[in-house]
Design a protein around this ligand. Structure first.
Ligand SMILES: [Zn+2]
Length: 193
């Protein structure tokens, strides 16, 4: 899976290349600026919180924003669709289990516990939900790390990764040239004319 480092500043100001991060097509939408905000950076440290915080935030933050990640028309709902399944699937699991436990009668002394049928439904849902969720999460284009200045994006489309990397190489070359121009060596040893 292609990985790339995206600067948070570029997510915030919408200056990422207009290439869909999912398929590499032309991207007309900038979405989920919140995913790049440093306030969410802490969440990436913990796998569980990071996971829920990420998917939760894509649900909260589904509107068009000036900044954000580039998505094409077809993929503008790529994150919210997955988030709905993951978040609501998790909540329904808790609800099913809650109901099941609440309605399971306390056994009389010497009697066996007879679990409420709702617990069976919860177990069945867990068997469907868990593998689907894992597959969906691991296969998705998603942030998998970062620091205060940048986000690591995993699974991004090849054209997006290539564009980002060549942009960053260009920036590096530019700053090297700038260093060469105003660097201390130049001041110490002016080139003879
Ligand atoms: Zn796309």
């Amino acid at each position: 899976m292609a990985k790339c480092v995206v600067h948070r500043a570029q997510i915030a100001d919408g200056s990422l290349p207009s290439i869909c991060i999912v398929c590499g097509d032309r991207a007309d939408h900038r979405l989920f600026a919140g995913v790049g905000s440093p306030s969410l950076a802490w969440a990436m440290v913990s796998p569980l919180f990071g996971l829920l915080a990420f998917w939760g935030s894509t649900l909260r933050d589904a509107g068009q924003s000036p900044g954000g990640f580039p998505f094409c028309e077809r993929h503008r709902n790529y994150w919210p669709r997955r988030a709905r399944f993951i978040v609501f699937g998790f909540v329904s699991l808790l609800v099913l289990m809650g109901i099941g436990f609440a309605f399971t009668p306390r056994p009389a002394p010497g009697e066996e516990v007879e679990a409420h049928w709702m617990l069976g439904v919860a177990g069945l849902w867990l068997l469907i939900y868990l593998p689907t969720f894992l597959f969906m999460h691991l296969a998705a284009v998603r942030p998998t790390g970062g620091d205060p200045g940048s986000v690591v994006l995993s699974g991004a489309s090849r054209p997006f990764v290539v564009a980002i990397e060549s942009e960053q190489k260009g920036d590096e070359a530019k700053s090297r040239r700038a260093d060469a121009h105003d660097g201390p060596q130049k001041v110490a040893r002016p080139r003879p004319t």
